[in-house]
Design a protein around this ligand. Structure first.
Ligand code: FEO
Length: 398
């Protein structure tokens, strides 16, 4: 057998050869990466052919090629492209040029790759759902897994080794020296964060994809970000939980306050909810980790936005949070709006317009002109009571 990459061998003939991006702090110029990320690429060497499963972000191409050099790789027959997003496809042109590899992917992904990268139609071999590619003693089988995370995404099932190469599905933004999840401090939080940021908008499709893989006798799941799962049931069950319809008696309370009035309302509502046994997850939108907000949205039954009025509309940070919540499409059942205004405003119209994209019921907003007073606090108590009543109605609060 040829050389292996020390510490990066999943099974004989299967090595992880991608890159750990320890210092990357932002993805899509939007998503914070507190633990960096990795772009996993897997070299599968069969008795007759060699395949590389995915590549790496273009900025890390040299690392990928160095790893392949360390393994003494001189020729690659196929490079499997599971997903056209450049963090996995960006080095395809370099791999095609250097190793003469044919890109194997589905038709939709081929179209996107031709749009995104300097590639030609003749660089490709197009495969369909369930199609197999023999490497000798190892066989790759392709499974279309749409919307995890783009419409063209697919995975590869390696039956002889019982490994599912799942691309973004089951991934985690986590740079680590450990190959396997059980060798890290824990992958639950990073995987949930990744789910919340990347996968949550596609819950119905995720459930379909979970159904599709449910009968595979999985021994490993090898995603394209973060460590490899040697206990596949752990992450699959977590995904079932996150993508399912069940919510918890929790309120995500995200707010911004300019002169303290909205903050006083938030503090009062927090105490009122706590007094009713409801978990509150509080986020000051002027100084928060967007990823933590996304994670909190995974389970919460209710989201309340605290938004003061700037000029005639919502504070831009609250408007931005409303757009984010609407885009992530959490399974939120109830919405609330609170805030202080100076003379007039369209906070409720504008924010409820954005949040209306969610299938959630808006509970009567609570607005205060200027500082909150007795009647404001009474209205906030009533809001807490209404939230508890609705949580009870759906069977999640006592
Ligand atoms: Fe990791 Fe959707 O790319």
């Amino acid at each position: 057998m040829s050389q292996t990459h020390p510490g990066r061998q999943l099974r004989p003939g299967i090595d992880e050869v991608g890159a750990q991006d320890w210092n990357r702090r932002l993805f899509d110029q939007l998503i914070p990466l507190p633990d960096g990320t990795s772009y996993n690429a897997y070299l599968v060497r069969g008795s007759e052919k060699t395949a590389l499963l995915d590549t790496v972000d273009p900025a890390q191409t040299a690392v990928l090629l160095e790893h392949l050099d360390e393994l003494g790789v001189e020729h690659i027959d196929y490079v499997i492209s599971h997903h056209a997003e450049q963090d996995h496809s960006g080095s395809l042109p370099a791999v095609v040029r250097r190793y003469g590899a044919k890109i194997v992917t589905n038709e939709k992904c081929q179209g996107m790759l031709l749009d995104l990268l300097d590639l030609q139609p003749e660089d490709f071999r197009v495969v369909g759902e369930g199609e197999k590619l023999a490497l000798g003693d190892k066989t790759l089988q392709f499974l279309l897994l749409p919307w995890v995370h783009w419409p063209e995404t697919m995975g590869t099932w390696l039956a002889e080794d019982r490994i599912l190469f799942s691309c973004d599905f089951f991934g985690a933004h986590l740079a680590s020296s450990a190959l396997f999840a059980d060798q890290t401090d824990g992958v639950y939080e990073p995987a949930k964060r990744y789910y919340a940021e990347i996968m949550m908008p596609f819950r119905p499709q995720i459930r379909k994809n979970l159904e599709k893989i449910k009968d595979l006798p999985l021994e490993m799941i090898a995603p394209s970000h973060g460590p490899v799962h040697r206990d596949p049931a752990y992450v699959v069950n977590a995904y079932r939980d996150w993508a399912g319809d069940a919510v918890k008696s929790e309120v995500v309370l995200a707010y911004v306050s300019m002169h303290g009035s909205t903050e006083r309302m938030v503090e009062h509502l927090t105490r009122a909810l706590m007094a009713r046994g409801i978990v509150v997850r509080l986020f000051d939108l002027s100084a928060m980790d967007l990823g933590k907000l996304a994670v909190a949205l995974v389970d919460a039954a209710t989201v309340v936005l605290g938004a003061p009025t700037v000029l005639t509309g919502p504070h831009p940070l609250a408007a931005s949070a409303a757009f984010l919540v609407a885009a992530l499409r959490p399974k939120t059942r109830f919405l609330g709006l609170i805030g202080s205004y100076g003379w007039a405003g369209r906070v409720v119209e504008e924010l409820s317009g954005v949040l209306g994209r969610l299938k959630a019921e808006l509970i009567e907003p609570v607005l205060a002109q200027g500082r909150p007073r007795t009647q404001t606090f009474a209205a906030l108590d009533k809001l807490a009571e209404e939230i508890m009543r609705r949580h009870r109605e759906i069977g999640i609060a006592v």
